[in-house]
Design a protein. Structure first.
Lengths: 264, 163
């Protein structure tokens, strides 16, 4: 279907025009590399244009035409959002471009969308799904699962979540177009993070002592030392908050462990 | 409390604002000042999605923000006013002269802009607009998150994008 017929279909109401599954699949695969050209100037911009490109070939004039070139240039500019939820923007922008939405309106969407997409994604994934998958893998380890199974559980669970989110996001973005706020009002996204956080607290509460027992063994020889190290670490993190970056502290601790394992 | 954060950020509402500033400063409300957004229902819907339920979000034009400034300042909750560009902040400050401090939270790359900090890119005209604000007695600083040190305008303009 051409851009003109897409536009007329949309004009009949907010019915999403047709986008072949092969094009959607290509966009989805490209979204896996959306951070591949991340930089401080444009952040996700290059990745957004790269993911959109299969849809933009359907603009009047085809690949290399003036509309295609203008759209690629537009979407390569600054854009910052959660990398998984960026799929919502990719779907919405693809529809807007193929429906011939004015460039000024598309630019305004590119300013408005990153905030909500970043905010929802951060709460749902970085503060929810990722730590939840980690503590579930930790629980499996504590319960005696083989190392390969623990890794497979984490990788399988986490990837199922983010792939599902990307597939949903692309579909929701295409379906709602620039009115994508309706999709972000989805109860899973609005109310999901607190539920995930509660589940995380529950599983962490079970997993941490079970995994600690697995690591320390029944004899509890190391228990006092480990608890003291945890207390000192917590005190350090609290006292140095705002003055010392966490990754530096983690590297120092790792270096100390390495040194200890070499000299003992 | 009350409205005492005036921020220029071309991303307007995003994680740094809602979480980075919102939690430590216990922000109860945000005022988004933009002459186009104030008339755009779909943009307002999008911005609302980025704000947690416990935080209020108000949309204003430069005119209406100036008119309501006294009410915002009397609000018992802490608040932050956001604009997307320097020109909007300059227009607001012209109507509300007792805006004494303006924070640059993020002005990102665009054609013609030079890097000054990692999160601040400016055209020569924008640099002059900031200097004009400073000349009127406004303290202009750059600070993306509360844990980062505030950077005075003179240091921002001397930067090369690596700071």
């Amino acid at each position: 279907m051409s851009a003109a017929s897409n536009a007329s279909a949309a004009a009949a109401g907010n019915v999403a025009p047709h986008l072949p599954w092969s094009v959607r699949a290509e966009m989805l695969v490209r979204m896996l590399g959306i951070q591949g050209a991340w930089n401080y100037e444009t952040m996700l911009g290059n990745g957004i244009a790269f993911a959109l490109e299969p849809a933009l070939r359907r603009l009047p004039g085809g690949r290399g035409g003036p509309a295609y070139r203008a759209a690629i240039a537009r979407h390569s500019g600054y854009f910052n959002a959660h990398p998984y939820l960026a799929s919502v923007a990719v779907g919405a922008l693809a529809r807007a471009e193929l429906e011939g939405t004015p460039a000024a309106q598309i630019e305004r969407f590119r300013v408005a969308a990153p905030g909500p997409l970043g905010s929802v994604g951060d709460r749902l994934v970085w503060a929810g799904w990722l730590p939840l998958c980690s503590v579930m893998a930790l629980l499996a380890f504590g319960l005696g699962a083989a190392p390969l199974l623990v890794v497979a559980l984490f990788v399988g669970l986490y990837n199922a979540g983010h792939l599902g989110l990307r597939i949903w996001g692309l579909h929701a973005g295409w379906h709602h177009g620039l009115r994508v706020a309706q999709a972000l009002a989805n109860p899973v996204l609005r109310n999901g993070p607190p539920h995930v956080a509660r589940a995380l607290a529950l599983v962490a509460g079970i997993a941490l002592p079970v995994a600690a027992q697995k690591l320390l063994g029944e004899g509890r020889i190391w228990l006092g030392g480990v608890l003291a190290a945890v207390a000192v670490g917590a005190l350090l993190v609290t006292r140095l908050q705002g003055r010392f970056e966490g990754w530096r502290l983690a590297i120092y601790v790792l270096a100390a462990f390495l040194l200890y394992s070499v000299v003992r | 409390m009350a409205l005492d954060h005036f921020r220029i950020d071309d991303r307007l509402i995003h994680g740094q604002v809602v979480v980075g500033w919102g939690q430590p400063c216990q922000l109860g409300f945000l005022v988004l000042v933009d002459d186009a957004v104030v008339d755009s229902e779909w943009e307002q819907e999008l911005y609302k999605m980025g704000v947690p339920p416990e935080m209020d979000l108000y949309f204003d034009s430069v005119e209406s923000a100036a008119r309501r400034m006294a009410a915002y300042r009397e609000d018992a909750r802490a608040g932050m006013l956001l604009v997307g560009d320097i020109a909007t902040m300059a227009a607001l400050q012209a109507k509300v002269p007792d805006i004494h401090t303006v924070t640059i939270g993020g002005i990102h790359h665009k054609e013609g802009r030079r890097p000054r900090l990692r999160y601040v890119f400016l055209t020569p005209d924008e640099e002059m607009e900031l200097q004009a604000l400073a000349a009127k007695g406004v303290t202009v600083i750059a600070q993306d998150v509360p844990t980062a040190p505030p950077i005075p305008l003179v240091d921002v303009l001397a930067g090369d994008g690596t700071g």
